[in-house]
Ligand binder design. Structure first.
Ligand SMILES: Cc1cc2nc3c(=O)[nH]c(=O)nc-3n(C[C@H](O)[C@H](O)[C@H](O)COP(=O)(O)OP(=O)(O)OC[C@H]3O[C@@H](n4cnc5c(N)ncnc54)[C@H](O)[C@@H]3O)c2cc1C
Length: 439
């Protein structure tokens, strides 16, 4: 690794998909970039959380998110670590390192930002706790891609957390991966027992692509009534992975936890591991197709869907999603609807957009209110709870991250503040992620 400098053009905080996309883009545009990550590896929810697959991001056969996101996909496909839109965490990590290194981006791992120093509304530096010391590192522009809006919070800038009325936060999920599944036997069972599965399931299975199976309601109900399974679990959901017989499970359901505090995350970790053991036992002993299956691995950390959201110059709302709104200063497009995984005493909600529709994300949702040089992307973008529930998916997180990287690099290069940059200049740099072609 390069010798660390005391000052960079841009500091990107948090190396999830949003941070990686921001860092790669800014570095490709010639900025000196430091990407700081608390774990000893990059990827955030895409690796530590083992979240797969990438949610839908195309309409009428047009891909809405390209750029760095597509580069990550291509790298993973070349490594045989991706099928359709499902992928392995290891393939994601390796691909991200390649792109970051090709772009000449400096990475600092095992390093946690725990203080933000500002003068007036401008951040001067961050204090980073590393294994051997505390470092103070400066930058012209800071990008908060920590998922939890850590820079916003530590810097005393405005944010919201959870539901606007109740404060509720979405359920958490510990992902796990199994091998030795007889996928054809499971799909046969599903075809014969459609009442035991979600209505949205499709039964014309194509085994060369990813297969999603969700439900097993009768098994879940019986196990809960016999006290063999936590009553927080509502269904079993898995998608297949490249290696035949492997599946990635988005099934545990951890309620009443705030994923932005260490104490609560510890509780979630213990509950999540217990739930996974219960589900695996149920599958192996009772469900057709699982008798020879094994638990391959569980995610490094419980997956956190929702904590703090920055308040920016624009706040993306549920209506912006529902009404498929478009903006002059659009920097990203998406078609994923409102998706709230209900908390205790709260119904889950999924509102799909009409087929072929998409909405846009304005540049102003990336610029943190009251801050001169702080941008935000990914899971902590400026949005209402409903808006957030749609924007949080990986492709959109990558697109908003990439737009932050472009805006930050352009501002630094021209020695201007973020709000002085004409949005059309940013759009030119990410033209492949927006609809306008006449810039
Ligand atoms: C259970 C679950 C299921 C999901 N299912 C899907 C799905 O099927 N498809 C889909 O596309 N999306 C899905 N998502 C959403 C998606 O995975 C995330 O919203 C997205 O990956 C967030 O990316 P991010 O880069 O914004 O944040 P994260 O991936 O959370 O990355 C933030 C990074 O910042 C680091 N960090 C935090 N604080 C600090 C600090 N102070 N100093 C240094 N580093 C710090 C963290 O360690 C982390 O690496 C799911 C999410 C969850 C939790």
């Amino acid at each position: 690794m390069d010798q660390l400098k005391q000052k960079y053009d841009i500091i990107v905080a948090g190396a999830g998909i949003a941070g990686i996309s921001a860092a790669v883009k800014a570095a490709r545009l010639g900025a000196s970039v430091l990407l700081i990550e608390h774990y000893g590896f990059v990827g955030g929810m895409s690796t530590a959380g083992m979240v797969s697959p990438f949610m839908k991001h195309s309409v009428n056969n047009e891909t809405l998110v390209k750029g760095v996101f597509e580069d990550i996909e291509h790298e993973m496909i070349n490594r045989k670590g991706m099928i359709d839109n499902g992928f392995y965490a290891s393939a994601f990590r390796a691909s991200a390192y390649n792109l970051l290194s090709d772009a000449n981006c400096t990475i600092l791992l095992n390093a946690r930002i725990n203080e933000v120093k500002r003068i007036g509304n401008k951040i001067q530096s961050v204090i980073v706790v590393t294994d051997e010391s505390e470092l103070e590192i400066q930058a012209e522009v800071f990008i908060d891609t920590t998922g939890d809006a850590q820079l916003v919070y530590l810097g005393g800038f405005p944010y919201q957390k959870g539901d606007e009325k109740t404060g509720k936060l979405q359920a958490l999920t510990l992902f796990f991966r199994m091998a030795g599944i007889d996928v054809r036997a499971v799909t046969e069972y599903a075809k014969q027992h459609r009442e035991d599965f979600f209505d949205w399931m499709e039964y014309d299975f194509d085994f060369s692509k990813i297969i999603s199976i969700a439900g097993f309601f009768s098994f879940v109900k019986r196990a809960i009534s016999e006290k063999r399974l936590s009553d927080e679990i509502q269904y079993i959901f898995f998608t297949t992975l490249p290696e035949s017989g492997e599946g990635s499970f988005n099934t545990s359901n951890i309620l009443g936890v705030d994923g932005s505090t260490s104490e609560e995350l510890t509780r979630a970790e213990l509950i999540g591991r217990k739930q996974v053991a219960q589900v695996v036992e149920l599958l192996q002993n009772e469900v057709p197709g699982f008798s020879n299956s094994i638990l391959l691995e569980t995610a490094v950390q419980v997956g956190v869907r929702e904590t703090r959201r920055a308040i920016g110059d624009y706040i993306v709302t549920g209506d912006d999603i529902r009404l498929a709104r478009k903006f002059d200063d659009a920097i990203a497009r998406a078609c994923y609807g409102i998706d709230i995984h209900g908390q205790k005493d709260e119904e889950s909600r999924m509102e799909h957009l009409k087929e072929g529709e998409y909405y846009e994300v304005p540049l102003r949702a990336l610029i943190v209110k009251e801050a001169e040089n702080l941008l935000v992307a990914g899971r902590c973008i400026s949005s209402t709870r409903e808006g957030h529930s749609a924007l949080r998916i990986q492709p959109t997180s990558a697109a908003t991250g990439e737009a932050c990287g472009a805006l930050a690099a352009i501002a630094v290069k021209n020695n201007k503040s973020l709000r002085e940059i004409d949005y059309r200049i940013v759009q030119k740099e990410i033209i492949y992620n927006i609809t306008k072609k006449d810039l």
